[in-house]
Structure formats: C-alpha cells, structure tokens
Design a protein around this ligand. Structure first.
Ligand code: UDP
Ligand code: MG
Length: 447
C-alpha cells in the first residue's frame, strides 16, 4: 500500500514526499480509516513503527483551516523532549499547510508560554502538568478540543501524572474523539480507557510484549558496579561498532556517577540526560547526541519513552529495570524504522530476578554473552554494595545477603539452567495495580 491510496491532501502528500516516505507502516495503515471514522481508538504497536504519523495523518487530513484561538487538537505526552519531538513531526507534515502548532511543558517560564498560548493555535502538544497549570491560569480553554491524543500514557502514570490526567479529561468537551497510542498497555491504562473512552476500537499490530525482531538482545553477568564500569569502558573503546550508544541507568545520581567516571576516558563524547538537569542542558545533551556531536548519551528512563533518534547502534542497560515495560521501551530506542539494533544488559546477582521477569514477560530468552577477554573483574564493591549486595539502584535498601563473588558465581551457575520463560514455564503475569503503583512511585523519583 502507498500513501497515495490514503487519499491525503496534496500538501500532506508533498510533505511526505519531501520526507521520503512512500508506504505506510502497518499501524499507520490500520489506524487511518478508524481515526477518520471518528471512533475512539487505542493503537498498540511496537516501538519505532511510526505511531506518531499513525495519528497525525488522519487528524491533519481532516483539520480545516480556521481562524480561531483555542486549540482543536490536543496531544498529551509524558516528557518535555517528546513535546519538542512531536511538535517537530507536526511541523514537518504541515510544511505546506497553514496550521499553528504550539508545544508547552514544565521547567520553563510559564508566562512566556501563556503569551504563546494567548496568541492562539490549532494544535497543542503538552505535558500533563503544564497543561493543567495553563488551564488554571485561564489563558488556555479546552472547550474547542475536538480530538485528544494521549501518547505513551503508561509513562504518564509512571511519572505520577494520574491526577493531572483526570483533571484535564474532566475539563474537555463531552463530544470529542479520544485516541491513545503506546507500545505497551498495562491494566491501569486499560482501566483509564474504560472510564474515559467511548466504545474504543483497539488496533493491535503485534503482541505488545514482543520486542522487534531486529533488536538483538544480550546480557552480561557482572558481579559489581566497578566491573560494570570496566566493561562499559571496554565496549565504548570500540568506536567503529559502538557508533551511537544510549546508556540507561536506574537513577539520576547513578547517571551523574557513571558520567563522572566515563567522561575522562572519552572526553567530549558523552552527554547526560535526566530530570534534575536544567531544561537547556537536557535539550542540549539530546541535540548533540542526535546530531552525532556526542557519540554517547547516559540517561535515566526519562529518555526511555517515545524518543526517536536515528541510528542508535546500541542500547546499554547499565542495570536491569524492575518494570518489564521499561525494558521494552528502553531497548526500543534502537532498531527503529526497520534498522538493526543491539541491546546489551549488565546484570548483577540481585538483578537476575528482574531479568528473569523480563524474559517471562517477553516470552523470550535474553542470551548471555561471555565477558570480553582480559576484562578486569573488580573485587571492590561500592559502599552501597558492601557488606551486602544491594537492590538494583545501589542506593536503596539492602535486599539480600550474599558474600560477594563466591555466592554470586554459585548463583550464576544455577541461573544458567533457569529457563527465562519457555512455553512450559510460562505463567500469566498478574498486573496488580497496587503493587505496580509502589514500584512506579519509586521509579518516578529516579527519572
Ligand atoms: N517513519 C517511517 N515511515 C513513516 C513515518 C515515520 O519510517 O511513514 C519513521 C519516523 O521517521 C521515525 C520512525 O519511523 O524515524 C519511528 O516513528 P515514531 O517515533 O512515530 O515511532 P513510535 O515509536 O511512536 O511507534
Ligand atoms: Mg511514539
């Protein structure tokens, strides 16, 4: 199928042509008629399969020029970086159209944004917190919203935006089209859909727990933090293979710590991205990484959702996420637009249980990779790792007592025999919203 068959308007076809896109992806093909029909819809498709255009194309196809102030289309996304990305995508598609798009997000001067909002727009892209703040100031009116798109909603819940979500949903006109797009769908999200959507059509391309085939996944079993650092240095030194590397870490503190240790080894090649950095720094780190000025980006899960950066050769999980969805989203930053990608996960003994959980969730094994020859295995354990091994963030409370390497290796042998989720082993996962709520609150603080 080609975009020609979509009966798009000439300005849209020309914009797509400029971008070099001829054939819609599966989610774009399936979502298009449903969204045009006006029905509420939930689109579930794997990371990097073009969900943004899946909702933008039909919406822009139907949006007529109108000289009015208040937004008609509202797109809500979890992070500031995603606001900028989606605004950029709208701008690309509306290059030959007379439409105004505005992006608003927290961490910047609200008065400047009030002025921008006051000037009027057709499409508003926003993070939930700033959206609610702007509605409260009275400058932003929701009464003209015809279509609502919620992109990556589970991450908004992860970040604790549930009250804001409910608040702006209540302020929207009753008669509107609701659209939601994500790579994963949790039970919590399903409940939200139940409350706010009207008889939605679900468009699911592939089982949401299946990561893309083109992402090759390996793990390294590593005893401690300093050996992880050694391995990271060893891998990053291979500049010809590790061309563009996104490194995920469990917390903001850890991101800064890994940066401080790696930066002297690879000067001017590394950036950091987490929620404690100023907005300018966040944008700068991301831009430098996107443009290839820095080869390496160290980030918390704030960068795990939705970000579309071309040609990331490797995603490295410096630690193992305790929420399986986070793993799926993290590795989904590579292997985008049908390109190949490699995901490497560093696993210490206490984290092995999270990897097992992820294997079960995906119903697929992550293959162990032997440590490179000559890798220096550190026998130094960080303060947090000593005298007991610590939970995944190294900064939390001790979770298990083990006597350093001896116990680790024993366990490792045992783990080799553990099936990471073959068909015989598989049990349906119970998504208990209460339990997940606790995990989420902890997770949100670390981003
Ligand atoms: N893309 C594509 N064909 C299209 C539209 C987009 O190959 O018709 C590309 C797009 O440029 C981007 C990638 O697909 O690089 C992923 O898009 P998106 O971020 O929308 O993916 P998502 O993770 O939201 O599914
Ligand atoms: Mg997306």
């Amino acid at each position: 199928m080609t975009f020609q068959e979509f009966k798009l308007t000439t300005p849209l076809l020309n914009a797509l042509n400029d971008l070099g896109f001829k054939n819609p992806t599966s989610i774009q093909e399936k979502a298009y008629p449903v969204i045009l029909s006006g029905r509420d819809a939930v689109g579930i498709a794997q990371t990097g399969t073009g969900k943004t255009f899946a909702y933008l194309l039909p919406i822009l196809r139907q949006l007529k020029y109108a000289d009015q102030k208040h937004p008609r289309i509202l797109i809500v996304v979890p992070t500031r970086e995603l606001v900028l990305q989606v605004v950029g995508e709208v701008e690309k598609l509306t290059k030959y159209m007379n439409l105004r798009v505005v992006g608003v997000y927290g961490g910047t001067n609200i008065n400047t944004q009030r002025q921008v909002v006051f000037n009027g727009m057709d499409i508003l892209v926003a993070t939930p917190g700033r959206l609610v703040d702007l509605v409260m100031t009275g400058v932003l009116r929701m009464k003209s919203i015809q279509k609502l798109v919620i992109d990556e909603v589970d991450e908004m819940l992860n970040l604790g935006f549930r009250p804001q979500l409910m608040s702006f949903m209540e302020s929207l006109p009753q008669k509107r089209q609701n659209l939601m797009f994500s790579a994963t769908l949790t039970e919590e999200v399903a409940m939200l859909i139940e409350s706010y959507f009207y008889e939605p059509i679900t468009i699911e391309i592939e089982n949401q727990r299946t990561p893309l085939e083109q992402i090759v996944q390996y793990y390294y079993a590593i005893p401690n933090f300093f050996t992880k650092i050694n391995l990271l240095e060893n891998l990053l030194a291979n500049t010809s293979e590790f061309e563009r590397v996104l490194i995920f870490v469990a917390s903001k503190q850890l991101a800064d710590r890994v940066f401080d240790l790696m930066d002297p080894k690879f000067p001017d090649q590394i950036g950091v991205l987490h929620s404690n950095k100023s907005q300018n720094l966040r944008i700068n780190s991301l831009e430098r990484f996107k443009n290839g000025i820095s080869r390496i980006l160290i980030a918390t899960d704030v960068a795990s959702r939705g970000l579309d950066i071309a040609d990331i050769s490797h995603v490295i999980n410096f630690d193992v996420p305790d929420i399986p969805e986070d793993y799926i989203h993290r590795i989904g930053r590579t292997g985008r637009s049908e390109k190949a990608g490699i995901a490497l996960t560093f696993v210490n003994e206490p984290e092995m249980k999270f990897l097992l959980g992820i294997g079960k969730f995906m119903n697929r094994n992550v293959i162990e990779k032997p440590l490179p020859d000559g890798l220096i295995i550190s026998d130094t354990f960080t303060d947090e790792e000593r005298p007991v091994l610590f939970d995944k963030d190294y900064l939390g409370k001790p979770s298990s007592i083990a006597d350093s390497q001896g116990a680790y290796h024993e366990k490792k042998e045992k783990n080799k025999k553990v099936n990471l989720g073959g068909p015989g082993e598989r049990k349906p996962r119970k998504d208990k919203p209460e339990n997940r709520g606790v995990l989420r609150k902890r997770a949100a603080k670390k981003r």
